[in-house]
Design a protein around this ligand. Structure first.
Ligand code: GRF
Length: 196
């Protein structure tokens, strides 16, 4: 199987991107990080790119008249073939999804299809899980389509919801599982065990 060529979109700290960069560095994942893009010029994920020597770009509706065209061009120029969303807070256009033949992945911090959809991000998700009295939660890796969090599910990893959990303590436990499952799912794609 050919080495995966990854383009990343992130809006925040980028710990999921870092976990994937670490898996590549350690030889666990046969992939190349071709570019890391953020819509937030202050996002720490761009600093992580700089430290790792990965090309990076700040692309947003403030920097480009047609943000979606700029995103597609940046990914194609960088030679990315799979788009990895990791804490990216903006909607992906159908044109971008089509440009990459649907090879756009996202990570959601709950067991979809439950606790997904518009407005379900960050602490809102963990709050809803606790309020619903769920006993398990965990991250989902899914393909992105034009509806929020509704694409084909590729992988999930369960973690317990503990009786005295706060949204913050649950978020931390889910995030640990995220750092395992994203690289693991990409590894299965690289090995041909998952076909997208
Ligand atoms: C993660 O919780 C992920 O589930 C959600 O955004 C967060 C990204 O965190 N999509 P980080 O920026 O990767 O640390």
């Amino acid at each position: 199987m050919p080495t995966l060529k990854l383009g990343f979109f992130a809006s925040g700290g980028g710990s999921n991107v870092q976990a994937i960069l670490d898996a590549i560095e350690s030889g666990r994942l046969d992939a190349e990080a071709r570019i890391i893009i953020s819509n937030n010029s202050k996002a720490y994920v761009l600093e992580r790119a700089r430290i790792a020597g990965v090309p990076f770009a700040h692309i947003s509706s403030k920097t480009h008249d047609d943000e979606q065209v700029a995103l597609i061009q940046a990914l194609q120029t960088a030679g990315a073939e799979i788009v990895v969303l990791a804490g990216y807070m903006k909607k992906i256009s159908p044109e971008l999804i089509r440009s990459f033949d649907g090879r756009v992945l996202n990570i959601h911090p709950a067991l979809l299809p439950k606790f997904g959809g518009k407005g379900m991000y960050g602490m809102n998700v963990h709050k809803a899980v606790i309020e619903a009295g769920e006993k398990v939660s965990g991250p989902t890796i899914h393909l992105v389509n034009e509806k929020y969090d509704a694409g084909r599910i590729l992988a999930q990893r369960e973690v317990p919801v503990l009786p005295n959990d706060s949204p913050e303590t649950l978020a931390a436990r889910v995030l640990e599982a995220e750092h395992i499952i994203y690289a693991e799912t990409l590894r299965k794609i690289a090995l041909g065990e998952i076909v997208i």
